[in-house]
Ligand binder design. Sequence first.
Ligand code: SAH
Length: 473
Amino acid sequence: MNYFPLFADLNNRPVLVVGGGAVAARKVSLLLKANAEVRIVAQKLNAELTALLQQQRIIWLGKTFHADQVRSVFFVIAATDDEQLNHRVFVVAESQQKLVNVVDDQDHCSFIFPSIIDRSPIQVAISSGGAAPVLARLLREKLEALLPQHLGAMAEISGKWRHKVKSKLKTITERRRFWESLFNGRFAQLLKNRQIEQAKQELELQLKADYQGGSVALVGAGPGDAGLLTLKGLQEIQQADIVLYDALVSEEILGLVRRDAELVFVGKRAQGQQVAQEDTNSLLVQYAQQGKRVVRLKGGDPFVFGRGGEELEVLAENQIPFSVVPGITAAIGATAYAGIPLTHRDYAQSAVFVTGHRKADASDIEWQTLARSNQTLVIYMGTLKAKDIADRLQQYGRAAETPIAVISQGTQDTQKTQIGTLAQLAEIAENAPTPALIVVGEVVALHHKLAWFGEDKLAQKPPHFTLDSLRVA
Ligand code: SAH
């Protein structure tokens, strides 16, 4: 850490500014915002500073700088166009152990000013320690856009209510939940609409209400790469009291869960422990009834082959409030990272997602529909049934040379895409690392052209497809 960040209370504290031009005036106006007592030494004052002097908002000590002017101030800023004078101010201040800043001269600064995003009382200060001021400025612009204007009002009103809330809600958990639900709910919405009075009423109302009941958020974690988690999903896992997660949820995403939250594994793994669906359902109900904010975190999207619907039915039966945050499903994520567009005007007009793992036998499956050409077929949980699937598709008319891909651990560092023909599917799928997705269709041939995500290509010897032969007839 090359500079130590801190927020100083300048209220009625004297600070010295040496210089009376535009640069000095800019610093003075900032200091006045913090209610500092501004003392100035300058040959002459520009129009802005003259006006401030007339309003008695600043004190003009005189034209020449003396060492004793430094003695009683909190810190010193030098902003003259006289380099020698600036350096003298620096040396004098240093000798008296006063903080000093020579504007735009980092070598003569014992402290520097950060870029500021001001939503008082919320403030964000950014600095690159002088290394990349433009980068710091760009960051500031981004954050300016990101942080809503009503943040300040929100923090201010909350500050006034802190004591009342503390005396009503005894535990830290209760208070945290109260504030979080306030900052995410109608209170925030009203402030955003500048309906300040209504917002205060809402706060009062919420405090009177009983905050006993928990809730469940069913959140899709996406296929692995933590960058594919939605903003809303991130908010949910950072506000959770407890997170019930599956085997498919990546370590990287579990790392984003609020630190104090309890993590409970309820997945199904090939070997080792297995949690029955009924047990998961009743855990969800139990935790919510204890008043907890529960997140049920699932790989991909919770409604795509994820039994999310079944879990919600149980919650609905028990009158537990819930919400759903969709995630990027494996078929979308893994194919994107493998450079295989699910549809393409020249090769596929539709995409079908099916599961290879079925409750009953295969007789109810419409192989005719699945075997259609110029359609992309994505098969979840299909590697164990790959031989059967390949046989059936060919039996119902899909050509043996149709391109196929088996994508393992899609979107993760370990992603592996294996390309072949439908005739080779069983062999490729058999040895593929899991979880793996099977993609059957003409679009797979585009992989060679469009693969962009770093994978160890040397291990693979893919067959070569002529794209032209695969186009829509
Ligand atoms: N709800 C999940 C799917 C759960 S079913 C989703 O929307 O993605 C489990 C199957 O999903 C696995 O057998 C595999 O076929 C597929 N799958 C999940 N994550 C995957 C990944 N990162 N790469 C490849 N396939 C994946």
